[in-house]
Design a protein around this ligand. Structure first.
Ligand code: HEM
Length: 201
């Protein structure tokens, strides 16, 4: 897969780019909202004395993860990669995009390997006749993993808005800040005709 700038012939038309970008934002920020909801459910389950409510909260977390968390994570990843491949951004040219890819993969791996295991064990421990002694440790680690996912997604959202430049080596130190500020303004203003030239540099 090429890591250089996207050739003009392979770029999305403006309308398609905006549509894919909108979908990307909905899925990516929707995933952040879902993680937030799952964190709140986890806090409720941890703090209640009501065993039925506790078990229901973990069941609801599982339903949210399966029906929305997994699809949103996959769709935000796919739309993000498409935006890289079919716009001047390119897949591996800008630091903010590399960091976002790493953060997104970290969220997905944490969800698939760590959080899903904890939810499975929490549902058994919180069920009638389950191992109640195991609950506090499982609850703490589950909550910690979800908070990590939220922080990673907040960082990805901030990077998407600020788009800090990753191409500083080719610039004079004195000009770096001014140039970066100008590039960032262009890169975040879709109406600016210089945007594509600025972001593709
Ligand atoms: C593999 C992961 C990801 C990749 C490759 C990726 C790539 C991109 C690219 C290239 C853009 C610019 C689109 C354009 O200018 O037309 C973008 C925009 C955006 N991304 Fe991502 N993204 C990823 C994950 C995420 C995540 C996890 C979040 C947040 C939770 C996120 C939030 C956003 C937002 C809010 C924008 C809109 C920024 C704007 O238009 O000013 N992305 N993404």
């Amino acid at each position: 897969m090429s890591t250089t700038a996207t050739p003009t012939a392979r770029r999305f038309p403006r309308g398609v780019r905006r549509a894919v970008n909108s979908g990307h934002v909905v899925f990516a920020v929707g995933l952040l909202g879902l993680e937030w909801a799952m964190m709140l459910l986890s806090v409720v389950a941890r703090s209640t004395d009501d065993a039925t409510l506790r078990h229901s909260a973990y069941r609801l977390i599982r339903v949210l993860a399966l029906t929305s968390g997994i699809p949103f994570a996959v769709l935000s990843l796919i739309t993000g990669v498409l935006l890289c491949l079919y716009t001047p951004w390119g897949l591996w040219q800008h630091l903010w995009i590399k960091v976002k890819i790493v953060l997104q993969l970290a969220v997905i791996v944490t969800g698939a390997v760590v959080v899903s295991q904890f939810v499975h064990r929490l549902m058994s421990a919180a069920a009638p006749g389950g191992d109640a002694d195991a609950l506090p440790t499982l609850q703490t680690w589950h909550l910690a993993a979800v908070i990590f996912q939220i922080l990673a997604l907040i960082a990805a959202s901030a990077l998407s808005v600020f788009k800090p430049s990753g191409n500083r080596r080719t610039r004079k130190p004195g000009a770096a800040d001014r140039t970066r500020r100008r590039d960032t303004d262009r890169a975040t203003d879709p109406a600016d005709p210089a945007r594509e030239r600025a972001v593709a540099r």
